[in-house]
Design a protein around this ligand. Structure first.
Ligand SMILES: *[C@@H]1O[C@H](CO)[C@@H](O)[C@H](O)[C@H]1NC(C)=O
Ligand SMILES: *[C@@H]1O[C@H](CO)[C@@H](O)[C@H](O)[C@H]1NC(C)=O
Ligand SMILES: *[C@@H]1O[C@H](CO)[C@@H](O)[C@H](O)[C@H]1NC(C)=O
Ligand SMILES: *[C@@H]1O[C@H](CO)[C@@H](O)[C@H](O)[C@H]1NC(C)=O
Ligand SMILES: *[C@@H]1O[C@H](CO)[C@@H](O)[C@H](O)[C@H]1NC(C)=O
Ligand SMILES: *[C@@H]1O[C@H](CO)[C@@H](O)[C@H](O)[C@H]1NC(C)=O
Length: 770
């Protein structure tokens, strides 16, 4: 079966090669440049595929940071790197904690891709099947290598090399066999893990190696008394593969890793027992299930379609498998550079930040709510450490650390103590994520299993942080830093105070939802604190200064106040919103991180200025996406910063889902407002939007915006209102949304609980001038 499929694929690749080869010749001839110079000049390598799911190239990026990653939420690697990382495997004390490097016993290279050869390999990342392939068309054979992190056998990274002879019998040839030289390149030993000596054994007729070790340093002995065990198995790799002259063969190599030796061993046994093609099919089937549940499709703008497909591929590669051969370990969150990176300071060491909840989470929540649940679960599991952090800093409730890794203790780098000390808004961001989760799922089980406590304890923290100011009669939150890390130790950061206020309000609401089973109710005055929290507002310019002491025209690092409008959807006058957007656009540094401009795009789209939005949208991705594998950098070209920057990717998806498609989530409703196509696209389809158990497909084209209901949850019957009429959503229903909207979808209120006021702001009415 492998053979049949593979041969058809080869034919396709070969046809593609002919077409592309002609193209390359033309380009080279007109440019008059040699390949060597072209490669030397830039990291921009052409993606030669017209398939929106496939990124193909003849030459790999010269900066190998822009190589793509493969991963399954348990184990991941950057293709051809010497490093494998595993979910929850960190080494180093507190600020030194980083992902622990496992040598890449999965990094197998074809010699013809390492040294000078007459053959030109084609490299492809297939975002649909979750596989990286190398195809080398040789004189007598075609060699295809597949590299993937198995999404069912989740401990395994698999290499499959197929050698197919071209059936050209040559009686004069002395060596009728085909030899393909390969090389295992695991890199040096690990600085993070003390490994014992590798031990060989025969498993299922194959020589395999195993090695066990332990991480060197505990992250925090209070929460992690022991080092973490890690075991890896890998198949022995010969220096060449031999195939008979007329034959075709598939060679399967695998590496497995787990904290538990038996699990790693069992996994390798199963992988080796599977027929090669079935093994691959099981992997592809899992990816297929993910894309069956939900997805985004763009037509008419191939570049955009590819970027979006790349983003979902990279995000899902760092999220746990839904089904796996053996039970999964706990999940340790989404870090700004995903699971395949995080060993270095530049890559944020695999830590979790507010990036998860504010940037990556919102679109994941709408399409894959069970993954939003997994992300919240990581916070719940580390909440007892957040309780300690609040206590030792003299506060109450849960204070989540700015950076969090294995234990949930504060792991911010020693370089930058001020972010850990002052960026307390992370706790408010977690509460906001819980709010959005409850708004779209009404998941009562979650409330019972820690949700009530999480929300209430975060509110307790803020209540203990806010101090009454007898001059103004308002509550102040002092000594904080907003998302703008250029300004530290400020008073009344607008963003911080709004997420703090929202947290307090949410606790009041959740206390009502939880009253039958959760006894420590949030005190009633929490809503009063929120109502009276100072929110800087400048009546003269009708905008929100970033914090109390902020001087107009001071430069800032990144999106901060503009987050009030979105994602926080803080109610304000349109003029104020417009002024915030315009003003902060003018003072935001150009060399800040990627996600800022996505949020501006959402804001501008909602104000109705499509032309300006298109420019802003371009700015939100153009300089950050690196060819040919659509890997994001944190900083604009030519700067780099963190790589495979999922924070930027998450922001970009928000620009599409909440900007162009116009979706909004509120505690009592779901809205679609001014849905429109992204630039040059002829169609934008978002499949599998999940709101209160109902599955919706939104389809936007040049003519219409339609909403189709594919399934409903009888527990929460939904009604769509177009401003005039109500329509009950039933399976199979398709409605055309004509006009701007907003179109609101809602169910009956959840219990008899009063929705929070969510106004931070007597002072908004008082118009304090700064
Ligand atoms: C090619 O790369 C090398 C090493 O990075 C550099 O020294 C050289 O200047 C580059 N040549 C061109 C033409 O850019
Ligand atoms: C494959 O290439 C490596 C160098 O990268 C070399 O050491 C090895 O001998 C080659 N193997 C064969 C069989 O040619
Ligand atoms: C109270 O607020 C005013 C106005 O913002 C400020 O100048 C003053 O320092 C605050 N008082 C205290 C005790 O923080
Ligand atoms: C922060 O500001 C306070 C005054 O509000 C000051 O006492 C403290 O030293 C400052 N901390 C740092 C680290 O700058
Ligand atoms: C918001 O707009 C209303 C009406 O346009 C106006 O009365 C009110 O003063 C505005 N509020 C602020 C804070 O500018
Ligand atoms: C985006 O902006 C860049 C740089 O300003 C420009 O080169 C590119 O053509 C723009 N792309 C689109 C699709 O407008």
């Amino acid at each position: 079966m492998w053979h049949f499929l593979a041969r058809n694929k080869q034919a396709a690749v070969m046809l593609g090669l002919l077409a592309v080869a002609a193209f390359v010749v033309v380009v080279l001839a007109t440019k008059g440049a040699s390949i060597a110079i072209v490669e030397n000049l830039s990291t921009e390598t052409d993606d030669i595929s017209n398939d929106p799911h496939l990124f193909s190239t003849y030459s790999l990026p010269s900066d190998n940071r822009f190589m793509p990653s493969i991963g399954n939420g348990h184990i991941a690697t950057n293709v051809f790197s010497d490093t494998v990382y595993m979910n929850g495997l960190y080494n180093g004390y507190k600020g030194k904690s980083r992902r622990a490097r496992i040598p890449a016993w999965a990094n197998i290279r074809l010699n013809s891709t390492l040294t000078d050869h007459p053959y030109s390999p084609v490299y492809s990342l297939d975002t649909k099947q979750g596989v990286f392939t190398v195809t080398v068309d040789r004189d007598r054979s075609v060699v295809t290598q597949r590299i993937y992190a198995h999404r069912f056998y989740t401990r395994a990274i698999v290499n499959q090399i197929q050698v197919a002879s071209k059936h050209r019998p040559d009686p004069d040839f002395l060596h009728p066999e085909i030899w393909i030289a390969i090389k295992l390149m695991p890199g040096p030993g690990s600085d993070d893990i003390v490994f014992q000596d590798p031990v060989p054994e025969i498993l299922d007729g194959r020589t395999v190696w195993s090695v066990c070790g332990q991480t060197k340093e505990s992250e925090d002995p209070t929460y992690q008394p022991l080092p973490v065990d890690i075991c890896a198995y890998w198949t022995s790799v010969p220096d060449h593969l031999v195939v008979p002259q007329h034959g075709s063969r598939v060679f399967t190599f695998a590496m497995t890793a787990d904290k538990n030796k038996t699990v790693a061993r069992q996994e390798l046994i199963k992988v080796l027992q599977e027929d090669g093609e079935e093994l691959f099919d099981k992997h592809v089937e899992q990816w297929g299930r993910l894309y069956h549940q939900a997805g985004m499709q763009i037509e008419g703008n191939l570049k955009l379609a590819k970027i979006v497909n790349g983003i979902w591929y990279y995000l899902l590669s760092s999220l746990p498998a839904e089904e796996s051969h053996q039970p999964l370990d706990r999940f340790f969150g989404l870090s700004p550079t995903g699971l395949a990176r995080g060993g270095t300071f530049d890559d944020y060491e695999g830590h979790n930040f507010w990036d998860t909840e504010i940037w990556m989470y919102p679109t994941i929540l709408l399409l894959y709510p069970h993954y939003a649940h997994s992300l919240l679960q990581y916070r719940l599991e580390t909440a007892y450490v957040a309780a300690q952090l609040a206590r030792i800093t003299g506060h109450k409730g849960y204070r989540f650390p700015w950076e969090s890794a294995y234990t949930g203790t504060e792991v911010t780098q020693p370089c930058c103590p001020e972010v850990a000390e002052f960026e307390q808004h992370v706790s408010g961001c977690i509460s906001f994520a819980a709010r959005q989760y409850l708004a779209t799922t009404r998941d009562e089980e979650w409330l019972k299993q820690g949700g009530c406590s999480l929300v209430t304890n975060i509110a307790d923290f803020w209540a203990s942080r806010a101090v009454i100011n007898y001059t103004t009669g308002l509550y102040d939150i002092k000594n904080v830093m907003g998302p703008d890390e250029d300004h530290s130790n400020v008073t009344n950061s607008a963003f911080t105070n709004v997420v703090a206020g929202y947290s307090l309000y949410l606790a009041e609401y959740v206390s009502c939802l939880c009253k039958e089973y959760y006894l420590s109710k949030a005190p009633e005055h929490y809503a009063d604190i929120a109502w009276s929290l100072a929110l800087p507002y400048d009546g003269e310019w009708d905008y929100h200064p970033e914090y109390a002491e902020y001087k107009r025209s001071e430069k800032i690092k990144q999106a901060d106040v503009v987050l009030l409008g979105f994602p926080l959807q803080y109610p304000m006058n349109e003029s104020t919103r417009a002024n915030d957007l315009k003003y902060y656009e003018s003072v935001t540094r150009n060399d800040g991180p990627a996600m800022t401009w996505s949020i501006h795009t959402v804001g501008i789209l909602r104000s109705g200025d499509s032309a300006k939005a298109a420019k802003m949208f371009n700015k939100s991705y153009d300089a950050y996406v690196r060819e040919p594998f659509k890997v994001w950098s944190e900083l604009r070209r030519p700067d780099v910063g963190a790589v495979n920057f999922q924070t930027g990717m998450g922001g970009f998806l928000q620009a599409i889902v909440f900007g162009y498609a116009g979706l909004s989530v509120y505690l009592d409703r779901f809205e679609i407002h001014r849905a429109q196509l992204p630039p040059q696209a002829t169609r934008l389809k978002i499949k599998g939007i999940k709101y209160l158990g109902t599955n919706l497909n939104l389809d936007i084209d040049d003519v219409d915006v339609t909403l189709t209901v594919t399934s409903v949850d009888d527990k929460w019957p939904l009604v769509l209102n177009n401003g005039k009429y109500n329509t009950t959503l039933i399976p199979g229903l398709t409605v055309t949304l004509s006009g701007e909207g907003p179109f609101t979808i809602r169910s009956a209120p959840w219990k008899d609980c009063k929705l929070p006021a969510d106004i931070i702001g007597q002072n908004y009415l008082r118009q304090i001038n700064v």
